[in-house]
Design a protein around this ligand. Structure first.
Ligand SMILES: [Zn+2]
Length: 426
């Protein structure tokens, strides 16, 4: 079923004011971890209004534990972790099926003093929409929803099955994406419209999250503290030891096929620290929560063993027992997405038609949900989307012109990948 390219472009343009408003509404939901349900319920209603079959479920309803790619969970209530899959199903598919996936969880805003505005009130300035989650990645979610809307506006729907998935947990475990696969959703390709600046991810780093519970030897603050007796000061030693391990891994990474040209691609982040109870006492405990990147080709078990060895060696130097080490989130493999898939070729064609350049790829020094589809389930997966900036920072924003172009590219990709048929053919 053919479509007129200019008519489709006009349909995306005609819907873009409504898309921008819809995105602002989406940004208005505080979807930091544990608070995603209200947003997901709103999305489920939006999808039902559009005629999709909606599967709304929580993570505790799906047996994800022990599945490939599963990450352990602490401090989270999965009975409230709502996931949504909206399906457009076709009895006799004429084209290839597709998963469009976006995560709606966002990272916490951090210090409010650093924000020039309310993080959860979208504001457009000079063609950029600002706010937490605009770029990472509610803008991408709006693109996949309004790409299908644009096709409907000109009287078409996909001629094969499309699953629209909005998940949580992307920023800490990936268990939301995993749950959709364990629940049985499959397709001939998956597209995740993260704000990649109109490039696709060729390779990405994984990461591991862990916690050290450091114990001191408590006493009155006047007592002379031996090395390792002060739990908070001892944390500094563990941080230094893990920084040294990171430097060693980065030296080894200089010959890595995909990350060798990037200076120190592996990052160690001591991201959260709690400890001590009383200012007159030497702190008896300190919990240090950390993240370390994982290169494609590194085995997670090996990375964990190196972390444990570095911690043990540091404890020995301090003359104390090693702190308890636990794995508290991401256990994410690094991954390389093989070039040359039919899905990539199809996306490259639409990118070139709209943007006018060849499709570029990047090695990304962060972790996305994309690995689940390709690495564990053999579904060719593409991560591609608009121009964003300031992800995880108070400057987070998305370029609306670029988002409009992305919406058109996704609409064209759906048309050519899935095929089209007139709306309501049954
Ligand atoms: Zn993201």
């Amino acid at each position: 079923m053919g479509f007129d390219e200019e008519v489709l472009r006009a349909a995306v343009d005609a819907g873009f004011a409504a898309q921008t408003e819809w995105l602002a509404r989406l940004v208005g939901f505080d979807t930091t971890r544990g608070k995603e349900a209200a947003c997901q319920d709103w999305l489920a209603a939006e999808f039902a209004t559009r005629g999709y079959a909606v599967d709304r479920y929580t993570l505790d309803e799906v047996a994800i534990e022990g599945q490939p790619g599963h990450s352990p969970v602490v401090d989270a209530d999965y009975s409230r972790a709502v996931q949504v899959v909206a399906s457009h199903r076709v009895a006799e598919p004429a084209g290839r099926s597709l998963i469009l996936q976006g995560h709606i969880d966002v990272v916490p805003p951090g210090a409010p003093e650093l924000w020039a505005r309310d993080p959860f009130r979208a504001e457009v300035i000079d063609g950029w929409m600002h706010g937490r989650g605009t770029a990472d990645m509610k803008g991408g979610v709006s693109a996949m929803v309004f790409a299908l809307d644009a096709l409907a506006r000109i009287g078409f729907e996909p001629a094969s099955t499309v699953h629209l998935e909005t998940v949580s947990e992307e920023e800490c475990t990936g268990n939301g994406a995993l749950s959709t696969l364990v629940r049985g959703y499959r397709a001939d390709a998956a597209l995740i419209p993260e704000s990649m600046g109109h490039r696709i991810i060729r390779a990405e780093l994984g990461s591991v999250w862990f916690r050290l519970r450091i114990l001191g030897r408590p006493g009155h603050v006047l007592a002379t503290a031996a090395p390792g007796a002060h739990a908070i000061l001892a944390a500094q030693d563990y941080i230094a030891a893990l920084q040294a391990l990171t430097a060693q891994i980065n030296r080894e990474a200089r010959t890595h096929a995909h990350f060798g040209s990037i200076d120190s691609p592996v990052k160690f982040n001591p991201g959260r620290i709690h400890g001590g109870d009383w200012l007159g006492s030497v702190p008896s405990w300190c919990e240090l929560d950390c993240r370390l990147s994982v290169l494609p080709g590194q085995r997670l078990a090996d990375v964990r063993a190196r972390v444990a060895a570095a911690v043990a060696a540091c404890a020995e130097g301090l003359g104390t027992a090693p702190p308890a080490l636990s794995w508290i989130g991401f256990q994410a493999d690094g991954h390389v997405f093989a070039p040359g898939t039919a899905a990539e070729a199809a996306l490259a064609r639409e990118h070139r038609a709209v943007i006018g350049t060849d499709l570029d790829s990047i090695a990304m020094t962060a972790t996305s949900d994309t690995r689940f589809y390709d690495l564990y389930y053999g579904i060719p997966a593409l991560c591609y989307g608009a121009q964003g900036r300031g992800m995880h920072s108070p400057d987070e924003a998305i370029d609306l012109d670029s988002l409009r172009a992305t919406t058109l590219i996704i609409a064209r990709f759906i048309a050519n990948w899935c095929g089209l048929r007139p709306v309501g053919q049954g």
